[in-house]
Design a binder for this molecule. Sequence first.
Ligand code: DX5
Ligand code: ZN
Length: 223
Amino acid sequence: MINDTMTNDHLIAPSILSADFGNLQRDIEMLNQSEADWIHVDIMDGLFVPNISFGFPVAEVAYKHATKPLDVHLMIVDPDRYLKRFAAAGAAGITVQLEACPNLHRTIQVIKELGCRAGVAINPHSPVALLEDIVGDLDLVLIMSVNPGFGGQHFIENTYKKVADIKRLAEKYNPDLFIEVDGGVDKNNAGELFSVGANVLVAGSSVFSASSPSAMISTLKNS
Ligand code: DX5
Ligand code: ZN
């Protein structure tokens, strides 16, 4: 349910895809103590993307231990089938992939009716212009800065242009829009992403492979 940070500033959403699943409670408690704003939960079905991550039991464990909102990113085909269950599993926000939703407007309305923040993610090949007629209905746009499916990939440089494009659309249609970037985010690109208009950065491997994950979260947030 929505009960989270309302200031759209420099938010960090560490992705538990890179957490230690043998010590998930410990890693979530570390995030609770850190400057992280949201906890990003990547759901992959092996169809929309060539990888399977985890499902409801893991999301429910995250919700049980987290004191911060769960930011659920569905990289799955036909996400309408599971919106209700992810809302029940504790999602504060649900983001679906544009490329997986033939009736995106309807999907967004359902997410909102479930009491969740409604987001749309776009893959690196999808132009931001495809969102022009829906951006006014969204709470969040997620720009994928890698091809979805795996953590630890290289950041695609064209992302800066896409963030600036969605920032322009947001200024016109929806100034409160959250603009989130996901994939290959680290301390080398975080500052520029914020400066071109991003206000939420997802970070998986750069956080969890750092010698001090919570210090890395602070570094990203203050970039
Ligand atoms: C990629 C996922 C990302 C991923 C990011 O398909 O959507 O959220 O966990 O991981 P890093 O930060 O390692 O690229
Ligand atoms: Zn993600």
